[in-house]
Design a protein around this ligand. Structure first.
Ligand SMILES: *Cc1c(COP(=O)(O)O)cnc(C)c1O
Length: 586
């Protein structure tokens, strides 16, 4: 893995005896909780954007010298490995990996009570090392301890597997077990708990219990809750209500036990005998944010009783930049590794250099595609990429909706080829159907357009595809994509986007300069499809084939304008300024 980071370290908090204020660059000690974290190519503990964001955040914390630790679950059986048959039917295989090959097992054992049974947890450690040498440890909780029942031993096996009961047990382990484990390890100095999505919100319950243990009261007062809030930050990622975890009161009483669930419901979050993890997190946090400006707006409408801010996501620049482009940046703007703002000066790089570095990344991608699928794509042909979780709202088959129109575009404006990738959640039948639709349409176009679907889209392919294609296509239904991050990876590689105006693209889009928008006047999909095809035919393909310098100019401005901003270094500095600075004031 490529590491990057700062040469100067931010001072450890508390050393000077002062607490951070708004605008302070001295962050508190933060524990970052996330259900999934993408740690490295070989550790399958994530399923998509949420995990990549968590990993990128922690990598930037290591680079910036921010005092942070990560907490997540181990997932011995990972997410799943995707195989696709000739018709695009998804077949799921368990992933096996050996934690001991990558992680250090620690001695401490933490215990969480689940359904009245004490469940013992072990903990594995993974160190993220920033370029300045600062270490951010990530702790992965593991329930496969011999003293646990057979069922309990499986509780940290699967990411997003199992039923609601399994899921609630996992969230109890993450939130309550995570706080316990941090103490057992000796992290008594955590000042701020950052909940990356609501899955870890039960950590607030453990903080309440701890506070009550020092008093005579059985239930928390509003001052107690206010005090907990001063230590919590919550980032919400889901713009649709159905995307937020919710459990019935009965299930909560069964899993947490009567005493603990009575205490939980006494903390006063809105829940009529239901545990909504988002409401739990909102109620206990001093600072709440969505992950792009538009998502902040949507979240404020969803949760009108809370002050929801917005901090736009980013990606870890060095991790997602192709090696040929890294070499270019190293030559032209060597400061970019410790300070991503310098990417702004990519605007001065020679166009021929941009084209050369990109072509190298493209050839590397096409070689990998051939090795994987046997399909030989042409490095001189305009290449479109579309890869992300195959879930309904992202509308992966939208590009294929009119094969006859695609033929017409190719005849009029020049050849194109498409690289697809993405797993559907095992229970997402709509997502699976979308993969089959792409296969079917690809068959109809076989003689005119090469279309490949890369199986098992994960880290390595994410890096190859976002680095090597000529255009990134993104078609979420508007307001459904909280942020999206793969287009940001593309920008770092000088790959422009053609996208509906949603999530981060509302902020990153400058028409004809960083890419192109898919427009609609009345919000109809038919208009969006027409706009997508028209821009390809009349603007994008002619630019690519008839004005290579014009196309390279768009590539270069994507790097300079968007690479320099949509990275986790800028994002984390904003968290320090705006979010963490509101916490830990005692
Ligand atoms: C970046 C990445 C994602 C997230 O992509 P979005 O555009 O945010 O949906 C998902 N999976 C992998 C493997 C990635 O690298």
């Amino acid at each position: 893995m490529d590491e990057m980071g700062s040469r100067t370290k931010v001072a450890e908090p508390g050393v000077m005896g002062t607490s951070p204020g708004r605008g302070s660059l001295r962050p508190p000690k933060v524990a970052y909780f996330s259900m999934e974290v993408a740690l490295s190519e070989s550790i399958p503990t994530f399923s998509g954007g949420l995990g990549v964001l968590a990993g990128d955040t922690l990598r930037s914390a290591a680079d910036l010298g921010v005092p942070m630790v990560g907490v997540t679950l181990l997932y011995r059986k990972g997410y799943f490995q995707q195989e696709l048959d000739a018709r695009g039917v998804q077949i799921e295989h368990a992933v096996s990996w050996a934690p001991e090959d990558y992680l250090d097992l620690l001695d401490p054992i933490a215990t969480v009570t689940i359904e009245g049974r004490p469940v013992n947890l072990r903990c594995w450690r993974y160190d993220i090392v920033g370029v300045g040498g600062h270490i951010v440890p990530v702790y992965l909780l593991d329930a496969s301890v011999k003293t646990n029942s057979e069922f309990d031993q499986t509780l940290t096996d699967h990411l997003y597997g199992g039923d609601e009961h399994y899921r609630l047990c996992q969230e109890l382990i993450l939130g309550v077990g995570g706080v316990e484990m941090l103490s057992k390890i000796g992290h008594h100095d955590i000042e701020t708990y950052h909940m990356n999505e609501g899955h870890s919100a039960l950590l607030a319950l453990r903080l309440v219990e701890r506070r009550l243990a020092k008093q005579d009261n059985r239930f928390p007062s509003s001052e107690d809750i206010a005090e907990i809030r001063r230590h919590c930050v919550f980032t919400t990622h889901t713009p649709v209500p159905a995307g937020h975890d919710e459990f019935s009161g009965n299930l909560v009483r069964q899993v947490l036990g009567l005493n603990r669930s009575t205490l939980l419901f006494s903390t006063g979050f809105t829940g009529h005998d239901r545990l909504n993890m988002t409401h739990l997190a909102l109620h206990h946090s001093n600072y709440v944010n969505g992950v792009a400006m538009k998502h902040g707006e949507v979240s404020r409408l969803m949760f009108p009783n809370y002050r929801v801010k917005a901090l736009t996501n980013g990606v870890h620049a060095a991790t997602w930049t192709a090696s040929s482009v890294q070499e270019l940046y190293d030559r032209e703007i060597p400061e970019w590794r410790h300070d991503n703002v310098y990417l702004r000066y990519a605007i001065n790089i020679e166009l021929s250099e941009i084209r050369r570095a990109h072509q190298e990344a493209k050839i590397k991608l096409l070689q990998a595609v051939e090795a994987e699928t046997g399909e030989r794509l042409d490095p001189q042909v305009f290449t479109i990429g579309f890869a992300r979780r195959a879930t309904g709202y992202k509308r992966a088959p939208m590009f294929m909706s009119d094969p006859a129109r695609i033929r017409e575009i190719v005849e009029r404006s020049g050849a194109l080829q498409v690289i697809y990738g993405g797993k559907a959640h095992p229970r997402d039948d709509g997502g699976k159907a979308n993969i089959r639709k792409i296969f079917e349409a690809a068959g109809k176009l076989r003689d005119a357009v090469k279309i490949v679907y890369i199986p098992n889209y994960e880290w390595r392919w994410g890096r190859l595809i976002t680095g090597g294609v000529d255009l990134w296509l993104n078609t979420p239904i508007k307001t459904r994509e909280a942020s999206g991050t793969s287009g940001m990876k593309c920008a770092l590689n000088g790959v422009p986007s053609l996208s509906t105006l949603d999530g981060w693209w509302i902020e990153g889009h400058v028409e004809g300069l960083t890419g192109w928008s898919i427009d609609d006047d009345n919000g109809s999909e038919a208009e969006e499809i027409a706009s997508m095809y028209d821009k390809l035919e009349k603007v994008i393909l002619p630019l690519y084939y008839k004005d290579p310098d014009g196309y390279a100019t768009v590539m270069r401005s994507s790097m300079a304008l968007n690479g320099s901003f949509f990275n986790t270094q800028r994002m984390l500095l904003q968290y320090i300024f705006n979010a963490y600075a509101t916490t830990a004031r005692v």
